[in-house]
Design a protein around this ligand. Structure first.
Ligand SMILES: C[S@@+](CC[C@H](N)C(=O)[O-])C[C@H]1O[C@@H](n2cnc3c(N)ncnc32)[C@H](O)[C@@H]1O
Length: 274
């Protein structure tokens, strides 16, 4: 890494911490379990307060991330909607779009970064969900963080959904290499497999949505999650500011009658469900 790249990374890192610290103001003074879990998770992440065994979990995952980021393997995968700044149109979404991409580039662009991953880890540690869902596995980096946290909790399972077969296979092998057995990778599009996965996870108490960055689709997924989440629970939405549709979806979610709070951490939105 050049000196310029290091100082840019440090600037990004401290900007993320400021975003987290500001965003958590939405739950200041609240005593319900979801709000307390979020406050403690943000505080541990911002302060870099991590006990030694947990730090070792994180270091193992970060070593794997470095390996993936340097990989020259190229795969052909079907993109079912993550898109970049604009989501795929509905017609393209149903069939998916074939993309040829290097694993290294995909890892650098699509996996949630180390600081946000640590926040997810601490959130799962604090909230201690029994039945957790992730939508959008990719290479399994965020699943590894959340799965490692479940293992440290000594209870709870995460089901993570991935629409692309080669990615689902790579994620399974990454999780096995890390010794994480609290995660099941389910292959299929959200539209096809979400209803059955949700039946299996009922009553759901934690969800992390990081896949199809389309505002209307996201709101529809959230309604489906809420049907099997009696509360209290937590819903985390990634990339809430990535495009106009996602910003509108976040706005609607933050006013949803089932949400007890909506904390805008800029990149992630975290809602309490009652
Ligand atoms: C941003 S990446 C997920 C990154 C991952 N959460 C992490 O941080 O390690 C989004 C993933 O969701 C998958 N995806 C997007 N839309 C989908 C859909 N409609 N059905 C199933 N998978 C989808 C993509 O194939 C991609 O691997």
């Amino acid at each position: 890494m050049t000196a310029g790249a290091i100082s840019a990374a440090l600037r990004r890192d401290s900007a993320d911490r400021i975003r987290m610290a500001n965003g958590v103001r939405a739950v200041a003074g609240r005593r319900d379990p979801a709000a307390l879990a979020l406050r403690r998770a943000v505080s541990a992440t911002v302060a870099g307060r991590t006990a030694r065994p947990e730090r070792e979990d994180m270091e193992r995952i970060e070593a794997l991330r470095r390996e993936l980021a340097a990989s020259s393997l190229v795969i052909e995968r079907i993109d079912h909607g993550a898109g970049e700044h604009e989501p795929l149109a509905v017609e393209a979404y149903h069939g998916g779009v074939t993309v040829t991409q290097g694993i290294g580039e995909f890892c650098r662009r699509s996996s949630v970064g180390p600081r946000w991953s640590r926040l997810l880890f601490h959130l799962v540690r604090e909230a201690a969900p029994a039945r957790a869902l992730e939508m959008g596995t990719a290479l399994g980096i965020s699943a590894a963080y959340q799965g490692a946290a479940l293992q440290r909790n000594g209870r709870g399972r995460l089901v993570t959904i991935e629409g692309s077969r080669p990615l689902a296979e790579i994620a399974r092998s990454n999780l096995a290499r890390l010794g994480i057995d609290s995660v099941d990778v389910v292959e299929g599009t959200f539209a096809d497999v979400l209803p059955a996965v949700l039946e299996r996870l009922r009553p759901l108490d934690y969800a992390y949505v990081d896949g199809h960055h389309d505002g209307r689709a996201t709101l529809d997924y959230v309604e489906q999650l809420l049907e099997v989440m009696p509360g209290p629970g937590i819903v985390v939405i990634d990339d809430i500011g990535i495009n106009a549709g996602m910003r509108e979806a976040w706005h609607a979610m933050s006013r949803h009658p089932r949400m007890t709070f909506a904390s805008d951490l800029r990149r992630l939105g975290v809602c309490g469900v009652g």
